[in-house]
Design a protein around this ligand. Sequence first.
Ligand code: FAD
Length: 384
Amino acid sequence: MTTRAIVIGGGLHGTSTALHLAQKGLDVVVIEKNSAGRHASGVNAGGVRQLRRHPAEIPLSVAAMDRWLNLDAFLGPDLAAMCEFTGHVGQVAVAETDAEMAGLVAREAELRELGWTHEELLDQAELRRVAPALATHCVGGLISRRDGHASPYRTSQAFRLKAQRDGVRFQEGTRVRGLAQTGTGWRVETSAGGIEGDVVVNCGGAWGWQVAAMVGEALPHIEFAPTMMVSARVPKFLDPVVIGTGRKLSFKQTENGTVVIGGGILGIPDLDAETADPVAERLVESARTVYDLFPIMRTATIVRCWAGLEARMPDEIPVIGPSTTAANLWHAFGYSGHGFQLSPIVGSLLADLIVDGKSPLPLEAFRAGRFNEGPVAAHPGTAS
Ligand SMILES: Cc1cc2nc3c(=O)[nH]c(=O)nc-3n(C[C@H](O)[C@H](O)[C@H](O)COP(=O)(O)OP(=O)(O)OC[C@H]3O[C@@H](n4cnc5c(N)ncnc54)[C@H](O)[C@@H]3O)c2cc1C
């Protein structure tokens, strides 16, 4: 009999896990309370970034980047084109002061020590070559050259179409309300009735802790609401994505000329209402950073702002792996503001773990049980 997997959540992580499980021959249903890609996956900054990852995430991020750079093979040429992915433009952390530059030098040394060479220091002249529009006070930077950006909404839809091509069924507008074990399997109670399966995967994003709580598993629940702004079209002036070192900034110009600005300014999350509101006064900080770093933007017009809902873990890295309390239940959520880039690989690793019993890349650091093992340390500089 075919094994049935029920994936809770139709964001990029649920969809990626579903499509990889289907490719391994499972019968897969995705249950989504709203519509696939409606939350963080469809509204994020679209940053495809290996730069400044938590050390535990680096192997995953590098493997994910291989997939982004080979989207044709992963999704097929038509769906790959739909993602509007631009790679090899680089993401650059920019230093405005010597002290910030010293931090970047230390980071590059730390990575080299760990055996990674994808983050390279830029002196002031090289920084100007890579991003000529940056203000002249910037003293240098740290670049990851393969990095880039993609359209989050279009990528979410491309992943979903790929999953459907691979046989995954999506049940949208359906809320999971409870989980009950049936021998070795599960009965999932939803707003549209019960459904039985052998394996359940919790990809519930900001609501992932609620799904865990359905089996009595207490996982951290810190929801937050990163905020974005977008400008009207301006003539092309920037190729790489620029991120702040001492200030909150992620800054990119898309192919159509609009500039997308984020970097960790927070709005107000409301999990029950399933929405998040930007706070205008806080966006002034973002606008000031852009004004200082990109003089060319001083006459630009901001046309829209929004905030998205995301789960943050105390140590800023996700939970990926088996439940600590129930068999055949798996978690993958809590990406803490940087899970877009990881989505092609985590679904694949999780499918390997579920079906073959082992992941080709280390996932130990992401175990759900770590929060019961004493204090966990946050890692700086991981917000997208
Ligand atoms: C504004 C913003 C900017 C960001 N920028 C970047 C970036 O530049 N680069 C980067 O790498 N990452 C970025 N991120 C983070 C990234 O978007 C997320 O880490 C990623 O999308 C998480 O995907 P997900 O599938 O885990 O969650 P989601 O996309 O939130 O999907 C979870 C889904 O589960 C569903 N669900 C939850 N509970 C239930 C239930 N009980 N029943 C049914 N369905 C349920 C929800 O409705 C939701 O659709 C950003 C996030 C935000 C909000």
